[in-house]
Design a protein around this ligand. Structure first.
Ligand code: 6R9
Length: 644
């Protein structure tokens, strides 16, 4: 890709209208686009104005708002208090057992300052990494914002991930501090957390301290000198702290996500561009009014949706949010609707897998509650099937609230493709059009844009402010994974298939690579395969995502056992499912394990997952002509029919 110095726009250029995507004319649209983003950046408080909107001269390594300086936490918290909104509620927090906490912006500032002072007392300095594994409790937000305030990139690890998964993330980022809790509530039970994080940190000398929030009161193992209670260290700190400003490109966080190879990638996001686009998309897609809305995003902070749409976007926009700790059916299946009614939630943002679960529980459950406050419904994580879309709109949205289907990724940082409320008639199941400021295309194998009614690969053909800045510690992997497939065109390859309809609207078709999407969570086939083969009984494994009515996709594993393993199919299945849960986390447990004598491979030795998917989905097996040994599929089918 050629340097684009001609695309730089100074911040004092007159702002222009959005000037949206003219497909195929990136040059002209580009200048408007940069002016558009310059205007969006004015949503934030900059301690020093930027001089250049975008420096793409070292593509694919972008620098946005070059020369600008800001403090992300100041933008999310302090400035709202200074503007007289200290009494506005930032979070209505609901604990799973029914305890609640109301946190105003003034409270949030005090808590973030105390936490920041605590982190300073541990000797952390800007640039040091902090790992966070916490349940959905307010301290998770305080911890993230305290890190942001001090320029400490955080790496939040989903609470359901195993000690092994936490350990590899701690090691990759070389975190100096881990913030965790004694336990977490799961389906009405207090389950240990610190016990697991202790296992993760047994061999991670980089971790100097473990800061522990007491949430459940259960007993914890304790290492004197290393482990510190939050309520002792943080609560004793001053609630005053003056934020320092950081470069717009200062790393804000690392978030690990599955790719096509086994090892998760540390996706790096930085400050100014990320926060600009988080604030812009959150404000625009949901039509967010800080005076009137009560907003609830049901994601976990361990995922990008929690980062961008529970923490950074909503707080930058001075939103009043609901935050809920627990599972949707604890203590009963109406829990979410009860919370919507209680707080008068106006914007509800969730994932198709939960909508399909609600459908299973039945429409009489939401019907018992007053959901008339709902004004906008959002969906994220996977393609939403039209049936779920209609059910969502009818039974949660009273047949009135628009449903906005938002397509984006950990890598894009924030929403990229979504219908805007009040825009043209929504189409159930279509994310429709790139947002103003964003340019996306559907292209063929050669990188040529396909026509209406045709499908291909989704690419992003212009840089965007919240784009990932790289893969932590691995520039080559960044180039290779995202920029090599369409290198000639300089397009970012998203890994998703997509189609234009007759109006030119975009429909997402799911992953085209070896990444599965289970309940909106990305899990790579390679990751699960390597967990399976790490079990002594397994010689070889192949994993596919098979369509599943509730979770979107479900993991189906085909394993060849080592010679001499004498187990019944049931025992093998139970043991291997448990093993995968231990290695990665319960979300990666295969739904089904099939013991097979062989795996279908091409002559070059590549496993033909397409054929295994046919088996997993009970279909006639497709074209086998490229198999090294065409009889393998018969062997597999015969073995499965035997019930072995
Ligand atoms: C935000 C998030 C990203 C992958 C993405 C795609 C799928 C997400 C979608 C969607 C169709 C939507 N995806 N939203 N597919 N329509 N509205 O989910 O990030 O966990 O990184 O997953 O999820 O396949 O490539 P992440």
């Amino acid at each position: 890709m050629s340097p684009r110095s001609d695309h730089r726009v100074r911040s004092d250029s007159p702002p222009t209208a959005a000037g949206e995507a003219v497909p195929g004319q990136p040059g002209q649209a580009g200048d408007d686009r940069l002016a558009f983003w310059a205007r969006q950046a004015e949503r934030l408080h900059w301690d020093t104005e930027w001089t250049t909107v975008l420096d793409w001269s070292d593509a694919p390594f972008a620098r946005w708002f070059v020369g600008g300086r800001l403090n992300v936490a100041y933008n999310c918290v302090d400035r709202h208090v200074e503007a007289g909104h200290g009494d506005q509620v930032a979070f209505h927090w609901e604990g799973e057992p029914g305890d609640t906490r109301t946190i105003t912006y003034a409270d949030l500032r005090r808590e973030v300052c105390k936490t920041a002072n605590a982190l300073l007392s541990l000797g952390l300095t800007a640039g040091d990494r902090v790992a966070i594994q916490l349940p959905m409790i307010p301290e998770a937000v305080f911890a993230m914002l305290a890190c942001a305030r001090l320029g400490l990139p955080h790496s939040v690890v989903f609470g359901g991930f195993s000690p092994a998964a936490l350990q590899s993330r701690i090691e990759d980022a070389e975190a100096r501090l881990l913030i965790t809790s004694d336990g977490q509530y799961r389906r009405g039970r207090a389950e240990p957390m610190k016990a697991g994080t202790d296992e993760a940190t047994r061999n991670t000398p980089c971790v100097e301290h473990v800061l522990v929030v007491r949430r459940t009161g259960i007993d914890v193992p304790w290492t004197d000198g290393r482990d510190l209670w939050w309520h002792e260290l943080v609560d004793a700190q001053s609630d005053q702290h003056t934020p320092e400003d950081f470069d717009a490109e200062h790393p804000l966080f690392i978030l690990y996500t599955s790719g096509t190879t086994g090892r998760p990638k540390g996706i790096l996001h930085t400050s100014g561009g990320y926060l600009t686009q988080a604030a812009y998309t959150h404000g625009t897609v949901f039509g967010l009014d800080p005076e009137a809305d009560v907003y609830w995003c049901t994601a976990d902070i361990g995922w990008i949706t929690g980062h961008s749409y529970i923490v950074y976007g909503p707080l930058a926009n001075r939103t009043t949010s609901v935050m809920y700790e627990g599972t949707p059916n604890t203590p009963h299946e109406g829990r979410h609707f009860e919370i919507i009614e209680k707080y008068g939630v106006t914007v509800y943002y969730t994932a198709p897998t939960l909508i399909r679960t609600f459908m299973k529980w039945g429409e009489d459950v939401p019907a018992r509650y007053d959901l008339s406050s709902i004004g906008v419904l959002g969906s994220v994580g996977e393609p939403i099937n039209p049936e779920a879309w209609r059910w969502y709109r009818k039974h949660i949205g009273g047949d009135r609230a628009p449903v906005v289907d938002t397509w984006w990724q950990t890598e894009t940082g924030t929403i990229m493709i979504a219908p805007l409320p009040g825009g043209p008639a929504a189409k159930p199941g279509s994310a429709q059009t790139p947002l103003p400021g964003i340019s996306a295309k559907v292209v063929d194998d050669q990188g040529r844009q396909v026509g209406k009614g045709e499908s291909g690969y989704l690419v992003l053909d212009q840089p965007w402010p919240s784009m990932l800045r790289g893969v932590w510690g691995d520039d080559d992997r960044y180039r290779e994974t995202y920029w090599s497939r369409f290198a000639a065109q300089g397009h970012y390859f998203a890994g998703d298939g997509a189609r234009y309809d007759e109006d030119g609207d975009i429909w997402l078709l799911g992953r085209v690579d070896d990444v599965m999407n289970v309940s909106g969570h990305r899990i790579s086939t390679a990751e699960v395969e390597s967990a399976l083969v790490s079990h002594p009984a397994v010689a070889e494994a192949a994993v596919v995502g098979a369509s599943d009515a509730t979770t979107g996709q479900a993991i189906v594993a085909f394993v060849i056992l080592r010679g001499g393993t004498v187990w019944s199919a049931g025992d093998v299945s139970g043991a291997l499912r448990e093993h995968v849960a231990q290695e990665i986390g319960p979300i990666a447990k295969p739904r089904q394990i099939m013991v097979v004598p062989e795996l279908p491979k091409t002559r070059s030795g590549k496993i033909m997952r397409r054929l295994l998917r046919d088996v997993a989905e009970n279909r006639e097996v497709g074209d086998v002509t490229t198999l090294a040994d065409a009889s393998v599929m018969d062997l597999i089918n015969a073995g499965l029919a035997d019930g072995s």
